[in-house]
Structure formats: structure tokens, C-alpha cells
Design a protein around this ligand. Structure first.
Ligand SMILES: Nc1ncnc2c1ncn2[C@@H]1O[C@H](COP(=O)(O)OP(=O)(O)OP(=O)(O)O)[C@@H](O)[C@H]1O
Ligand SMILES: [Mg+2]
Length: 300
């Protein structure tokens, strides 16, 4: 067996295993704590600790292009704040409540969806007023300390009155529960919030921009590579390679991860055992621009 000392001990064991296992491992989702993600988690974590109970809790908007790590941060926040289940305690404790904004921004549908997530599904015909009262009482009972609405940009899919009604709901929930509310989404989420100046002032933006050339990108690439059980070390720090990866992927973390995973799989299959020129040439990865071009060609 080759020298695996470039890998941490737990990965050395996997690297010694068979190819199918290694490929499955490469395709797994592992959390990588890059600085902007850590800063966002710190801000939101501090809000969970300090904001509940305030008259005007600080709210946040996690904004960034699609496929750029917003939902991963929210999921990590939830994991980090999930209390251990204590034996003999059947009352559920859910400090971090995460709900998806549906494409239909109706207030009744939102409450129904929220109640499903809280484990209390209700009849479709229940009245808005009752749904609201029930949702509030359950959110209090489970000890919600933050309410996160992912895909908030879907709000713009609704009519203007429906959007306004939903924004009023956000304001109402914030006032009633006195907990921070977090919206996550693309720029459209910000545009939706901005239509209500009172809400706009309450929401502090946390922006996840696309990646650019530099040390942070270098560290991100190294961090991904460090999760791959390849039997030889990979060297990805050249500026030229960084520029090439950014051009192929469009610079979102989701596409960068997909490219690197494809390259790592090609490294296993081709027996190169490292991400290098050859595995990058052999990998099966199409970036967003290529996918679009191919789709358009098929549509002609
Ligand atoms: N911190 C991270 N560590 C490892 N991989 C990550 C991380 N953040 C994002 N990724 C990768 O990027 C992909 C897209 O991330 P995510 O689903 O969080 O994007 P998003 O911003 O919520 O996109 P959308 O707006 O389309 O919902 C993930 O499936 C994962 O492969
Ligand atoms: Mg998402």
C-alpha cells in the first residue's frame, strides 16, 4: 500500500478500502467551515443566545446566489443547537425552527406548513385565525428561540397583496414571540423585505458572495481535498487553476464542490489517485454554463 501520510488517520483507513466505498465517501456531504460560514454561524448563534425576549429582536437575512451554501449554514446551525433527547422527557424542545417558504405565499398555507414541521399537522380547512393561535402556542411550548424561513425569495412569486400580508405576518410573529426571525434566499428575498421599510430596518443582511481568487478560495479547495480518501496528495494552489475552476463553476460553493467531487471520483477510477491535470480532464463535470448550452442546443 502507498504512503498515506498526507491524510488524517481516519481517512487513511478509508483510503485503504475498495474503490466503490471510496467513491461513495467522496460523494458524501461533509461540512466545511470556511470563514464566512463561521462568521454567519457566530452571528446567528449569538442571536439565539441573546435576542429572545427583547422587544425588537435583531432579525437577519442570509443572502446569496443559488447553490452558495445558505441552506447548509442553516442546517449546521440547527444541528449545533439541537438539544440532546433526555430520557423521561417527552415534551419536545426545538430551539431552532426552520421552515421553507412555499411558492404559494398564502398565510394559511404557511401556518399549516409550520405546524406540520412542529409535529402538529392540522386539517386543510382550519381557519387562519385558529392556525395562527395554534402555531404561536406551539412555538412557545417547544421553546423556539429563532425562526428561520428558507427560500424566502419565493415570496415574490405571490401577488402584491399576498406579499404584503406575509410581511405583516413576519412582523406579527416577531412581535408576539419576541424571537429573531431569519430569512434566507437570493437577492429577491431582500427585494421582498425592502418593500416594507419597517421590516427592512430590522433585518441585518449576511451576504454570501460568489467565490473569487485568493487565499480563502485556496483554503476552501484544500479543505475539500482534505475530505477525499485519495492515495496521493493533490496540489491545487496555483492561481491559474483557481481561475480555471472559477470559470468552469461560476464560483458558487455548490458547483466548486461538485467539480472537485467529480475530479476525485475520476482520480479513483483512473488510478491517478490525486486531483491533477489528468483527473481534471477525465472528470464528468458540466458547469452551469455548459449545462445551459447543452439544454439550449437540445431545444432548437
Ligand atoms: N459549508 C459547506 N461545506 C461543504 N459543502 C458545502 C457547504 N456549503 C455548501 N456546500 C455545497 O454546496 C451545495 C449547495 O449548498 P446549499 O444547498 O446550502 O445552497 P443554497 O445557497 O441554499 O442554494 P439554493 O438557493 O439553491 O437553495 C451543497 O449541497 C454542498 O454540496
Ligand atoms: Mg437552499
Amino acid at each position: 500500500m502507498s504512503d498515506l501520510s498526507h491524510l488524517p488517520l481516519d481517512l487513511q483507513e478509508i483510503a485503504a478500502g475498495d474503490n466503490a466505498q471510496r467513491i461513495a465517501f467522496i460523494r458524501g456531504q461533509w461540512w466545511i467551515g470556511y470563514p464566512q460560514a463561521q462568521a454567519s454561524l457566530d452571528l446567528l448563534g449569538a442571536a439565539i443566545e441573546n435576542e429572545p425576549g427583547r422587544v425588537r429582536p435583531q432579525c437577519f437575512l442570509v443572502l446569496g446566489p443559488t447553490n452558495n451554501g445558505k441552506s447548509m449554514i442553516i442546517e449546521k446551525l440547527r444541528r449545533d443547537h439541537t438539544p440532546p433527547v433526555l430520557p423521561g422527557r417527552d415534551e419536545e424542545n426545538i430551539p431552532v425552527v426552520v421552515v421553507q417558504m412555499l411558492t404559494d405565499p398564502g398565510v394559511a398555507r404557511f401556518y399549516q406548513h409550520l405546524l406540520e414541521i412542529l409535529g402538529s399537522p392540522v386539517r386543510r380547512t382550519a381557519r387562519k385565525h385558529d392556525l395562527e393561535a395554534l402555531a404561536l402556542s406551539i412555538l412557545k411550548r417547544v421553546g423556539a428561540r429563532i425562526l428561520i424561513i428558507d427560500e424566502l425569495h419565493n415570496l415574490l412569486a405571490g401577488t402584491v397583496p399576498a406579499q404584503r400580508e406575509f410581511l405583516n405576518l413576519l412582523r406579527f410573529l416577531g412581535n408576539e414571540l419576541r424571537i429573531p426571525i431569519v430569512g434566507a434566499g437570493t437577492k429577491d428575498a431582500y427585494l421582498a423585505i425592502r418593500t416594507d421599510s419597517q421590516l427592512e430596518n430590522r433585518f441585518h443582511p449576511i451576504i454570501l458572495p460568489v467565490w473569487v481568487e485568493g487565499d480563502e478560495l485556496n483554503r476552501l479547495l484544500q479543505s475539500f481535498v482534505a475530505t477525499f480518501p485519495l492515495r496521493k496528495p493533490s496540489f491545487l494552489s496555483s492561481a491559474e487553476l483557481q481561475r480555471w475552476i472559477l470559470a468552469r463553476t461560476g464560483g458558487t460553493i455548490g458547483e466548486i464542490a461538485a467539480l472537485l467531487r467529480s475530479a476525485a471520483v475520476a482520480a479513483v477510477e483512473s488510478e491517478e489517485e490525486a486531483i491533477n491535470q489528468r483527473s481534471l480532464r477525465l472528470m464528468k463535470y458540466q458547469g452551469p454554463a455548459e449545462r445551459r448550452r447543452l439544454t439550449e442546443k437540445l431545444l432548437v
